[in-house]
Design a protein. Structure first.
Length: 103
């Protein structure tokens, strides 16, 4: 299985989980005779929020983070799907950026 196929499967699973949670919320609200358009809005809002959370979790899991080496500097770079050369280049950029901000 290639990386592209794996990413596609993970994306489809994320969308499926988000839609399932949205549908579950809609079904539970339907028992209280909530109007259809309000059910739709709640289901879409919930599905969107769950999908956003899942995408953020996936990004945190798969991204490489490079931070500035100066103590107290909060500069960082997050990259995804990079090869070793590009990864090293961004690591050097993060270490040598011109503006060092301290917290």
């Amino acid at each position: 299985m290639t990386k592209q196929q794996r990413r596609r499967i993970v994306s489809l699973l994320q969308i499926g989980v988000a839609l399932a949670v949205g549908a579950a919320v809609s079904i539970r609200l339907a028992t209280y005779d909530v109007p259809f358009f309000l059910l739709t809005a709640c289901a879409l809002g919930t599905a969107g929020s769950v999908l956003s959370a899942l995408l953020n979790i996936e990004q945190a899991w798969t991204a490489n983070t490079h931070r500035c080496t100066v103590p107290g500097c909060d500069f960082r770079v997050r990259i995804q799907h990079s090869d070793a050369g590009e990864n090293r280049r961004w690591q050097e950029i993060a270490a040598a950026h011109p503006t060092h901000t301290t917290v």
